[in-house]
Every structure is written in C-alpha cells, then in structure tokens.
Design a protein. Sequence first.
Length: 293
Amino acid sequence: MIDNEALRDLEARVGRALATGDDSALDVLGYGEITLVLGFPEGARALACKRLPVFPDATALEAYRGVLDEYLRRMREAGIDMVETEVHSVPLGDGRFAGYCVQRTLPAETLVPNLLRAASPADGHPVFAAIADAVCRAVSPTMGIDGQLSNWAWVDGKLRYFDITTPLLRDEAGGLLLDVNLFLAAYPWALRALIRRFVLPGIIAQYSDPRHILLDLAGNMRKERLDAWIPVGLEAINARVDKPISEHEAARYYSGDARLWAVLLGLRRADRFWQRTVRRRTYPFLLPGRIAR
C-alpha cells in the first residue's frame, strides 16, 4: 500500500514533530489511547497509517507481526470482515524500528458514528444488531474485541472492523500474547510495573467478556454524542445478552471508564513535561489535546 521511501518521509516528519512538539506538519486523522493515526498522502488521505510504539529490535517487530497475523486470521474465521492491513517499518538507525499499521481509508460517511449522526433514531439501524452478533460470535476466553462504534464501518449494508493495532489474543492460561511492554512504554517508567500488575489485567480481561464489550459500546456512545441512539442500541444489545444493560448502568460505567483514561493520559502528559523540561529529552509520543469525554 505504501513504499519504503514514502514511509521513511512520513516517519521523518513524525520525528521532527516529536523533537519540536509541533505536529502541524502532520495530517492527523486521530489519536488512540496509545497510537497516532496519520493520513497519507497528506491531504488526499488514501491511507491511514497507525504509528505503533517503537520496537526495540527486529525480533520484537516480527513477534508483533506474528501475533497480529494470527489475530486477523482468527477474526476472519469468526466471520468478522476486516479492513485489509499491512505492517510496515522504518529502521531508526540504532537497532530500533518505527512500526506502522497501514490500511486504506474508508469513506467518512461509512464510519458508524458519522452514519448514526446523519440518521434518525426513530428509524432505527441494523448496525447495532450486527455489532452485537459479531461480538458474541467472535469473543472467547482467548480472543477479545474493542467493540466501540468508532472501530466499525458500515459499507454496502455490511459491517467492517478496522481497530486491530492491539491484537487481543490470550493463551490458555490467560496471558496476553502481545508484548505489553511495547504499549506500557507510553507511561512513566516508575509506574509501569504498577500499571502492569493492577490496571492492565482488568482492562484485558474485560475485552474477553461479550457483555462487558457491549456495555463499553453503550457507555461510549456518550463520548460520541450519540445519546439519542442509546435506547436503540440497548434494545439490540439486550436481545443478545443474558443480563440486560440499563441506561443507568451504561452511564455509570462510562463515567468510571472516562476517569480512568483521563488519569492515564494525565500521567503521560506529566511524563512528557518531565522528559522535555527537566531531562531535556525528546518525548517519544505525540499526545492529543483536550479530549471531550
């Protein structure tokens, strides 16, 4: 999808943005909790290039590629239509690699939050039933999905999934196959062990529980400003879970989840200040501005 020279140029611009703290030269499509999504070519946005945390060596890069390939295979086996994804990398000259998940962009109007904003809750929409069915069909103790609406598209009457940068695969003992240290590198060094022990296990376990995934979807609709669609979504969800989810439970869940991610982002911002101002080092991540949660 993208040649090596173009990707090196994109990474060079990311490097300048990291060094200066100014991302205005980048075509930023969005920020994940960890990853940064860039449009390429700039302005045309034919591709979405999701920059991953830097890999310490080629072995770590290939291990990630292997887990991602297995995740894509198993998701397709479960009947999930995945957006085609390629993993590319740029050597940084010191043994490390900048990795990118590259996908073709989808028309903005097919992204589910945009689709629902342009429609009326009074008319309903089959997308909620389709997502709930996909989650219940694919999720197991060894495979999870982040089912939030922003991770799906509705193309020609069919559901497509594209948020695959964190392949949620676990072994039979419950351990994550992905090397979590890659993503924990986004947080202050002194807190990584605490996050790994007390925060991460709960987050990962929740994404292997279909009801929790659908609760997360319903709660996150508030962030997407789709409150009017919550009763419609819950009607489809509750037809597919053993214990019904109420609007009150979804609101309460979202409030706690938003606080958690706000605290984690605050820790990253504090670390950025420490690295840049006190240690005079380049902070290796670009962070979003204020997020309306």
